[in-house]
Design a protein around this ligand. Sequence first.
Ligand SMILES: NC(=O)c1ccc[n+]([C@@H]2O[C@H](COP(=O)([O-])OP(=O)(O)OC[C@H]3O[C@@H](n4cnc5c(N)ncnc54)[C@H](O)[C@@H]3O)[C@@H](O)[C@H]2O)c1
Length: 317
Amino acid sequence: MESFTGKLAVVTGGGSGMGRELVRQLAAQGCSVAACDWHADEVAAVAAAANGPPGVLVTGHACDVSDEAQVLRFRDELLGRHGRAHVDLVFANAGIGGAGSFVSDNRDSWERTFAIDFWGVYYCARAFLPLLIASGDGVLVNTSSVNGFWASLGPGMPNTAYATAKFAVRGFTEALIEDLRTNAPQVRVAVVMPGHVGTDIVGNSFRAHDRDPEKLTEDQLNEMIPADARAGLAAAGVLAQDASAEDLRRWLIKMASDFRDNAPVSAAEAATVILDGVRSGAWRILVGADAVMLDERIRANPEVAYDYAELFKGLGT
Ligand SMILES: NC(=O)c1ccc[n+]([C@@H]2O[C@H](COP(=O)([O-])OP(=O)(O)OC[C@H]3O[C@@H](n4cnc5c(N)ncnc54)[C@H](O)[C@@H]3O)[C@@H](O)[C@H]2O)c1
């Protein structure tokens, strides 16, 4: 696929971050887009603001990708709005973080993260594969992460629900390569593995788990960061020894904005890398120098993946 002009793309999680930038850039390149998000107002605003050449239609739809019935409704709704019987591209991009610890985080939160990050991708593949086959030249683009090949965020930062789901997304997508080659050669797949990209994913993930720091009570803040975790943060110099619940609130809000504002790659740059990768025919799309570095080091020496001193040797971390 050398050009997106005249095509129809589906983008999940189009209300923010990389999804929003994919919508904008696809439209600017002459591609019609049906974008969904469970924040319906946000994706509607993205669709309304997207600019493309004459003939480009961008629609926003409400859909929680972890609910198969909603994904099927989204599919039927977009085919009607766009007046088409097939889609050319599907970007299964929606995702959240959270529930890092299998040991101490709440089971519902763990399963919520997994359901969105894996089952959301799976339901989209189920719903849209026949329409990609009908395109005759379809591409399914599933977003995993560096946590699809490295199951940690570093010392003291377990990331179990997210990494389990992102490994599954990568495994599922790679497994589809041979399946599609054999059974549906009109469709190809690509797996996207971003490193740190400047988006609102931290704040949006707090919201998704009903943990928006702006709205938490003192008790909830204290429960969210228990005494031992607080002691660890104090030892790392992140929080004062006697940090109050309000200090915790400010720290969580700042952590979310720092993640967005201090990233090596912007959401717009990431979307460009993804679209360039899809156009080039790549099946594995790494986003950012951090992703490339981790991939190279772990492939070269898998045993050091969780020995952080070795893994990051020579990088000054
Ligand atoms: N930002 C990063 O550093 C980074 C790194 C690696 C992978 N990723 C992955 O990239 C993808 C995009 O993330 P982002 O950083 O742009 O985050 P983001 O929070 O800015 O955007 C994600 C969007 O998905 C939506 N969403 C979440 N759950 C949904 C659901 N159940 N149904 C429908 N929409 C839902 C959110 O409302 C949001 O609009 C995610 O899959 C994420 O895991 C991000």
